[in-house]
Structures are given as structure tokens and as C-alpha cells.
Ligand binder design. Structure first.
Ligand SMILES: C[S@@+](CC[C@H](N)C(=O)[O-])C[C@H]1O[C@@H](n2cnc3c(N)ncnc32)[C@H](O)[C@@H]1O
Length: 214
């Protein structure tokens, strides 16, 4: 998807993916024993960043759109410091730091997180970008050892994304070489309003745990 489309979505407030509460799969399935840093790619202004920080994690997000990042810190009333780099601008706070810029241009090894959380990141990308997403995730955060991934399934022949349908076979194609993939749960849920407009009434939401192979 073109950057311009995300710019106009945020500008026009067409952000039906944004939730006013914490993701219930995160609350249920986030590994309680985890500690350290969590990477949240394509993070928007998600409240899940707050929940993860409250669990004691250092949280590192990546988000393309300046308006989204500024809205996050302003709405959460969190102070931040700014640092400009060639590929991105970093908004830092004691617990939550967001690299604003193109995820695909973040430098190799920038992020030292051991955990990642993907809700509506992989499924925000068209198929032709998803292999690069999986590759870049591990290049930018080479110490990752575990992740929680939430995908959506629906008939992509009825409507195009985003959100895009990402089936279990593709999750294995993208991550199966590096990670042991366990499907934790799945649930039929009402589709986002933008998908309803395109004729999709419900999604099958699927939650996976990914653990790095030894
Ligand atoms: C569907 S939203 C999901 C946001 C968040 N994960 C959530 O659960 O609310 C996808 C987000 O990815 C951002 N995005 C799209 N392309 C990106 C890129 N190349 N680099 C960084 N962020 C990107 C969009 O601006 C948008 O905020």
C-alpha cells in the first residue's frame, strides 16, 4: 500500500483499525514470564503500547505517520524527546519509544528487543510486501526470540484489503524457517466498517505464538 494512502487515512481520521481499549488476545496470551523489550511494528497509536509498558517492558514501536505518533504521546499525556536520523525520527520516553518513518528503511540491528507484538501490521500489507516484512523484522530486530501475531482470514476474492487476509499457510511460509509457530486461538468477529462497505461482514481472527527455533 502506498504511503500516500496511509497519510490520507490518518489525515482524514479513517482509522477504523484503532481500538479504544487493550486487545483482549494480548491480555490473554502475552507470555507472563516475559521481561525486557518488545518491538511493535506498524504500531499506529495503539493503546497496546501502554499495556505492554505497564507490564514492565521497554516498548519500541515503528510507525510511518507523524500524526499517529504525535497523537499517541499527546492523547496519553506522555512527554517525549525527539532525535532525527537519516531514515527516521525517534520519539523517546522512558518506557515507550517510537521510530517514525518507513519500517522497511529502518537500519539493520537498530532494535534490541527480544519480543514482538504484531496486531494489524502484517495484515496491513499487500501480499507482495509481506515476505519483505518478515525479513526486515528479523534484520531490524535480530535478537527476537518470541512473538504474538494476530491475523485475519476472509475471502480475499470478495474484497481487497487492507486489512488483507493472511492464511495459516502463509504464516508458516513467512516465519516457519526461524520460528516454531503455534496457533493459540481463532474467533469469528464482525468485520471493520471499511470492510463491511466492501461486502465482508466477518473475519476469522487468528492468534499465533512464535518461538525462535534453537
Ligand atoms: C492497520 S494499522 C494498525 C496499527 C496498530 N498496529 C493497531 O493495532 O492499531 C497499520 C499502521 O501501519 C502504518 N504503516 C503503514 N505502512 C508503514 C510502513 N511502511 N512503515 C511504518 N508504518 C507503516 C500505518 O500508518 C498504520 O498506522
Amino acid at each position: 500500500m502506498q504511503h500516500e494512502e496511509w497519510i490520507s487515512r490518518w489525515k482524514e481520521n479513517r482509522i477504523g483499525f484503532h481500538r479504544q481499549d487493550f486487545n483482549h488476545y494480548l491480555l490473554e496470551y502475552w507470555p507472563q514470564s516475559s521481561s525486557g523489550s518488545v518491538f511493535v511494528p506498524l504500531c499506529g497509536k495503539s493503546l497496546d503500547l501502554i499495556w505492554l509498558a505497564k507490564q514492565g517492558h521497554k516498548v519500541i514501536g515503528s510507525e510511518l505517520i507523524t500524526k499517529a505518533v504525535e497523537a499517541f504521546y499527546e492523547e496519553q499525556d506522555l512527554p517525549y524527546q525527539l532525535n532525527n536520523y537519516s531514515t527516521h525520527t525517534t520519539y523517546s520516553n522512558e518506557n515507550i519509544c517510537i521510530h517514525q518513518g518507513d519500517f522497511f528503511r529502518l537500519p539493520e540491528g537498530l532494535i534490541e528487543s527480544e519480543y514482538f507484538y504484531d496486531r494489524a501490521a502484517l495484515i496491513a500489507l499487500p501480499k507482495e510486501y509481506r515476505q519483505d516484512y518478515a525479513k526486515q523484522l528479523l534484520q531490524v530486530a535480530p535478537r527476537l526470540k518470541q512473538g504474538l501475531l494476530i491475523t485475519l482470514e476472509y475471502d480475499q476474492n470478495i474484497a481487497n484489503g487492507p486489512p488483507f487476509a493472511v492464511l495459516e499457510t502463509e504464516v508458516h511460509e513467512l516465519f516457519g524457517e526461524q520460528f516454531i509457530i503455534e496457533k493459540l486461538t481463532q474467533e469469528i468477529v464482525p468485520a471493520f466498517p471499511s470492510a463491511v462497505e466492501k461486502g465482508i461482514t466477518e473475519f476469522n481472527e487468528v492468534v499465533y505464538q512464535l518461538i525462535l527455533k534453537k
